[in-house]
Design a protein around this ligand. Structure first.
Ligand SMILES: O=C(O)C(=O)C[C@]1(C(=O)O)C=C[C@@H](O)C=C1
Length: 82
């Protein structure tokens, strides 16, 4: 039980950092969205997404990281379209 508590505490610390970084990323995505709207640029940029997904798969061979990035970028686009 002590071990479970300790591991959960590690996850809590990591979640705090992940959430802070995701919040920052979303703020920047909103700024990019505003810029794109101003300049009449489409929200979806396939080559940029491919390059991020390539980085994710180079960083880690586990498909989970790429899947998480797909979800992050889906939310990013939805924020930009608001
Ligand atoms: O880099 C951009 O152009 C963005 O809008 C950001 C972002 C992302 O979340 O990384 C979101 C949508 C695009 O399809 C590509 C990338």
């Amino acid at each position: 039980m002590d071990r479970l508590k300790a591991l959960r505490s590690e996850i809590d610390d990591l979640d705090q950092s992940i959430m802070e970084l995701l919040e920052k990323r979303m703020d920047i995505a909103i700024e990019i969205g505003n810029y794109k709207q101003l300049k009449n640029i489409t929200v979806f940029d396939s080559s940029r997404e491919q390059s991020i997904l390539e980085k994710a798969s180079t960083f880690s061979h586990s498909p989970q990281i790429s899947n998480i990035y797909k979800a992050i970028m889906k939310e990013s686009k939805s924020l930009q379209r608001k």
